[in-house]
Ligand binder design. Structure first.
Ligand code: FES
Length: 163
């Protein structure tokens, strides 16, 4: 996590600079998604307005353009999160293959609805759009790791294993 003092400190800037370096100088705004991911990860999994503004300034973008990216993609969160994110795909292939049962199971077992944090702060349950792994539906993304063809029991074991 980063606090105000270290917000956009050398480490964060270096990580963003490495992303900017992948593009021609006049296209540095192309690094916006990577930059948002870097600062979100450093901030415990969510973006504050201040952080988005800092990204905008760093990439010479209007803040509104950064807010649009951050609100469009489900991997960005604009409010505090649990220590982990359990993202259940609810698009068509996953829905047809049991994603609703996965969500219902987590709701019942842990008392959390999509968008909520578990009482122990361990995880946020999120419903997300297609994760691009439909062939192996239902798919759950936990933090940055894909878990495929999950049953409620298998998801339960994964959640139990979270710190
Ligand atoms: Fe779930 Fe595509 S529908 S991964």
């Amino acid at each position: 996590r980063i606090d105000k003092e270290t917000l956009f400190g050398p480490e964060i800037r270096a990580a963003i600079d490495a992303q900017i370096a992948k593009y021609p100088p006049e296209w540095k705004q192309s690094a916006v998604m990577a930059a948002l991911t870097i600062v979100q990860d450093a901030n415990g999994g969510w973006l504050t307005t201040e952080l988005m503004d800092r990204v905008a300034a760093y990439l010479d973008m209007p803040p509104i353009a950064v807010y649009e990216v951050a609100t469009f993609y489900s991997m960005y969160d604009l409010k505090p999160q649990g220590r982990h994110k359990v993202c259940v795909c609810n698009s068509i292939s996953c829905m047809l293959n049991g994603s609703e049962a996965l969500i219902a199971h987590v709701e019942h077992q842990y008392g959390v609805k999509p968008g909520e944090i578990s009482a122990d702060g361990r995880f946020t349950l999120k419903e997300v759009e297609c994760l691009g792994a439909c062939r192996d539906a239902p798919v759950v993304l936990i933090d940055k790791v894909y878990h495929e063809r999950l049953t409620p029991e298998a998801l339960d074991r994964l959640i139990e294993g979270l710190d």
